[in-house]
Design a binder for this molecule. Structure first.
Ligand code: FES
Length: 281
């Protein structure tokens, strides 16, 4: 802190300033996409761009065009894209015919994922090419634009911690959905749909637990974890930190499982596959 103000961190420094601080600029071949790297460096960004593009396209089509089969067996199993099915949960029936629950709740997972620290890396690299990749030259225009962190329009990313709180509420409702898949007309049991939704909830839980803002929530404001509630916070912080290093893994697997779960529900609802179940009593 300086005069009660946080230090301004220089994002872009001149070559001279960097040299004085002991940094060396590595020689970089000029020209978009030019590099001396000999590996297939474009594989990862291309794959990420394709996966994100497909996810956005699929969600749009499913929510607006193909929203007829969002659950089966009288709401026993609901598609992860439309879960929590708030219209059904809160018995809201006087809504326009074109409206569905996804239209009301998707802004939360979108807002949470869209402001995710890992997601920022993904879209800066894949869509903005800023940077293109390590040791790969970016488009000329981006040399002028540069990367300036959470400024300008990107200041919206600062809502991430609040999106986390909302995401935790959504996550807890997803566990309600899992339990609901175990209710068979007054009896308890489980089916393949139970495991599909449980796996989706587990992966989402790991994605939330490994979140940087979640980690900060429990350890960010404490100097020490000694005794009482602070030792519990310390344990959660350390647990979160352990999984934080795999945050990218939880990001992609949890995202993929939302779509796998949706395709599963759609296929059962349309009679293409069945949902084998085991009912007790
Ligand atoms: Fe990725 Fe919070 S969800 S950092």
């Amino acid at each position: 802190m300086q005069n009660g103000q946080p230090y301004a961190v220089p994002i872009q420094e001149t070559a001279g300033a960097l040299r004085m601080r002991g940094y060396q600029r590595l020689p970089l071949v000029k020209g978009f996409g030019k590099t001396q790297r000999i590996d297939n460096w474009w594989n990862q960004p291309a794959l990420m761009a394709a996966a994100l593009g497909l996810a956005i396209l699929y969600t749009g089509l499913r929510v607006i065009v193909l929203d007829g089969s969002i659950h089966y067996e009288n709401h026993r199993v609901t598609s992860p894209i439309f879960s929590p099915d708030v219209l059904h949960l809160f018995h809201i029936t006087n809504h326009p015919g074109w409206m569905n629950s996804a239209m009301l709740i998707l802004w939360i997972p979108f807002g949470f994922r869209g402001t995710c620290y890992y997601m920022r890396k993904v879209y800066h690299r894949t869509f903005f090419q800023n940077p293109t990749a390590c040791m790969v030259s970016k488009p000329g225009i981006n040399h002028g634009v540069g990367y300036s962190g959470e400024r300008g329009i990107f200041i919206i990313n600062n809502i991430h911690r609040y999106m986390l709180y909302l995401a935790v509420i959504i996550l807890s409702m997803k566990y309600y959905d899992v339990i609901h898949t175990m209710r068979f007309d007054g009896s308890w049991g489980f089916s393949l749909g139970t495991f599909v939704l449980a796996l989706e909830s587990f992966l989402l839980t790991m994605y939330v637990i490994s979140c940087h803002a979640f980690r900060h929530l429990f350890g960010g404001s404490l100097d020490q974890w000694r005794g009482g509630i602070s030792s519990v916070a310390g344990r959660i912080f350390r647990f979160s930190s352990r999984h934080n290093v795999s945050h990218n893994l939880w990001f992609w697997t949890s995202l993929a499982m939302v779509f796998i779960g949706d395709i599963f529900v759609l296929s059962v609802a349309e009679g293409i596959i069945s949902d084998p179940s085991f009912i007790m009593g």
